[in-house]
Design a protein around this ligand. Sequence first.
Ligand code: GDP
Ligand code: PGA
Ligand code: MN
Ligand code: MN
Length: 607
Amino acid sequence: MTAVAIPGVDNAPTTHQQLLSWVREVAELTTPDEVVWVDGSDEEWTRLTDRLVETGTLTRLAKKPNSFWAASDPDDVARVEERTFICSVDAADAGPTNNWVDPAEMKATMTELYRGCMRGRTMYVIPFCMGPLSAEKPMLGVEITDSAYVVTSMKIMTRMGTGVLEKFFDAEGNERDFVPALHSVGAPLEPGEQDVPWPCSDTKYISHFPETREIWSYGSGYGGNALLGKKCYSLRIASTIGRDEGWLAEHMLILKLISPEQKVYYVAAAFPSACGKTNLAMLEPTIPGWKVETLGDDIAWMRFGEDGRLYAVNPEAGFFGVAPGTDYHTNPNAMRTIERGNSLFTNVALTDDGDIWWEGMGEPPAHLTSWKKRDWTPDSDEPSSHPNSRYCTPMAQCPILAPEWDDPKGVPISAIFFGGRRATTIPLITESRDWQHGTFMGATLSSETTAAAKGKVGVVRRDPMAMLPFIGYHVGDYFQHWIDTGKRADATKLPKIFYVNWFRRGEDKRFLWPGFGENSRVLKWAVERIEGTAAAQETPIGYVPTADDLDLAELDAAREDIEAALEVDVEEWRAEVPMIEEWFDTIGEKLPTLLREELEVLKQRLG
Ligand code: GDP
Ligand code: PGA
Ligand code: MN
Ligand code: MN
């Protein structure tokens, strides 16, 4: 029996006992004014967005159908890595790359934060599924949140609502497990207190309990901190599930490349946040006859199929894309996706006629409302949009969506790209010698930090497999899991691994490679290597094309720039080695011996 009756808590559209008791327990702890079971309907979306417009969180856009502008609290604009915790029972299981707190201690601390934290607010219960609902074992979750903005974002980003609840029982009528994901903005309202447009707290915790597969988030309303199906479930928790069950949860886009001969290749690519995944996923090839279709732009779950090939599924249903830099020249398919409406825009600028604008979208209008809700003109000192401002839009609206995007079987991956943002050293593309060498490339991936996470921008750090902030367990065990994955399959069936860098700069600091649609030339070379039809140079770091090996027809770029982008500078690489050694030393004894050996091979080859 409930001590205090909370309206709505008993209006549950399910008899799932485990879910019912968790919801009741959370309601009693957080004491919301009411509980709402989210059904995922369009009527509900309208009700919630109307309410968010009333409270000032959203502004309806006159120029885009069913779309809204939001500006966050200026201190709540990105993932907070220093406040993200892996609370495994044993500290050693979190490894050197995660913040660790004892789970009992973390739960005690956060329980006190959660006590009464939803006072004056509505508590929403969102049943969701990551990946296709028709999967044999649907990957279920429930997010409890006191943010209606989170509910509307989750409607775009996940399969959610009443349809998902039906999957909470298997064919025999047994209760299925789900990942409980508790979220609060941490801003209770006193009676009569006026709410702010973007409630949040200075105290933030993004906590994961890998053994019990639970997520507790407090204090932030933004992106990966608050949409718990995304990074928290589909990467941090899923990577631990994948370790236990023999599959991979990765920070990768999934694209389908179709050659002029109509041959199909599926490519997965891991780049750190704000390093080009969404753009590559929706690429419009500049080379004639080639086509790209999109399956995912941020996360891939990869399992072996019965034929021994690695199949990828995108767990998400929406794009949460970096806005600045996106326009009809760089990413026309993202623009077409958002033009269709039904989207949320956060921390971009608002035009006077009710549209959105951001840096990179051509000539700025004479006047804008900036993401800080201030008047902005082209003379202003600050950008109109935050560098980590985002569009949140349904994948189903993408004009080049691959028809098989919702197939629970996934798609067989032919190539894996690792890439980062490096001004020097890393060539445009390098092919690994084999899976183990490719794992070494991924394990030593480095990138300059971006605005996607709070902290300094432009600092080179190791970002293994672009998963540094997302590996839910010890990084050494994660590397071993990658090596073991390669051993489980016939080498001829494994994807070929490549290392790319779109961001190498010339002495004048310009990007050497034009990027975006021109990246199709790099994709083409990669599949020609798979087919055995393209040439490459063997270098100390792997196989690298010369400018002649790439299809550069009609490319508007200086030959010297392309050559510089492809250069393997032995001196730069010798300078890279101590940084790799330092990184490997931080991993300690769990670093797989095979990766140490790869480093020795690299050193020998560099002379
Ligand atoms: P994601 O966060 O990994 O999905 O990265 P995005 O695709 O959203 O891109 C992040 C930023 O990098 C945006 O500002 C893009 O305009 C920029 N970007 C993406 N691809 C390229 C590229 O090929 N070349 C260059 N120079 N910039 C790129
Ligand atoms: P991104 O996704 O990789 O598209 O930037 C969000 C994030 O990783 O923070
Ligand atoms: Mn990401
Ligand atoms: Mn992205």
